[in-house]
Design a protein around this ligand. Structure first.
Ligand code: SAH
Length: 246
């Protein structure tokens, strides 16, 4: 199902080139620690219950067909499957996917994983999903608008699409890059590049052009003193999520 190396050379003319090998390499290198809640992935573990509740509150998961784009080691994919969704997780880095498959064997939560680009899956499975999630990935992709379009193609009319990413402004630079990577060391240095961060207006513009309508925006805040994350719809200055409907 998955080969051993990172994205194989194009054997198929339709294969999407919307990935950055250097970005994938970062996640390849860290993959074995994906499910260690004290590792580089601690922030993902800590935000997971918050984003899961937010998603499930807007789009109940039981019995739904869900696609998780850029699923990595499967933290969100498994959590959604535990809530009764039928989940496919896709990513282009094969090591995180292998870790996801190993973890699924341990947890027994039924999730399917596949190494395929969203753009390519969109050619095969247009309008197949009730819910598409794409979290913490757009800021690692060369052409995020293409990913947004693919997600819009993959979801059914009336279905939900959820994105999360990081805003681009001086405060986001200070908190998400300087603070998280250099001061608090929550993330490895170089995890995020400032110019690839995405303003809500840019994400919503791409979503609108793809036929997706905004339902709700939600900020994700980190308090360095309590070391806790929380949700706040009034503050999307740094980390944020959007809920959309096709
Ligand atoms: N969505 C998961 C993982 C976020 S980490 C979560 O929030 O828990 C970012 C993930 O995006 C990594 O697994 C990385 O391999 C993946 N990724 C980066 N560029 C990608 C691309 N172009 N296509 C698919 N996945 C990509």
């Amino acid at each position: 199902m998955m080969s051993d190396t990172a994205p194989s050379p194009n054997t198929n003319a339709d294969t999407s080139s919307n990935f950055d090998p250097a970005e994938l390499a970062k996640f390849q290198a860290l993959a074995s620690r994906w499910w260690d809640p004290e590792s580089e992935f601690r922030p993902l573990h800590e935000i997971n219950p918050l984003r899961l509740e937010w998603i499930a509150g807007l789009a109940p998961l039981t019995g739904k067909r869900v696609l998780d784009v850029g699923c990595g080691g499967g933290i969100l994919a498994e959590a959604m499957a535990k809530r009764g969704a039928e989940v496919l997780g896709i990513d282009l880095a094969d090591r995180p996917l292998k870790v996801a498959e190993l973890h699924r064997l341990e947890s027994g939560v039924p999730v399917r994983y596949e190494r395929i680009a969203a753009e390519d899956l969109a050619q095969r499975e247009a309008q197949r999903y009730d819910i598409v999630t794409c979290m913490e990935m757009l800021e690692h992709v060369p052409d995020p608008e293409s990913t947004v379009r693919a997600c819009a193609t993959l979801v059914k009319p009336g279905g939900h699409v959820f994105f999360s990413t990081i805003n681009r402004n001086p405060k986001a630079f200070l908190l998400a890059i300087v603070g998280a990577e250099y001061v608090l060391r929550l993330l490895p240095r170089g995890t995020h590049q400032y110019d690839k961060l995405i303003k809500p207006s840019e994400l919503l513009g791409a979503a609108r052009r793809a036929g997706l309508e905004l339902i709700e925006m939600m900020g994700l805040l980190y308090n360095p003193f309590t070391r806790a994350f929380s949700l706040d719809p009034r503050d999307v200055d740094v980390n944020y999520m959007v809920a959309l409907r096709r």
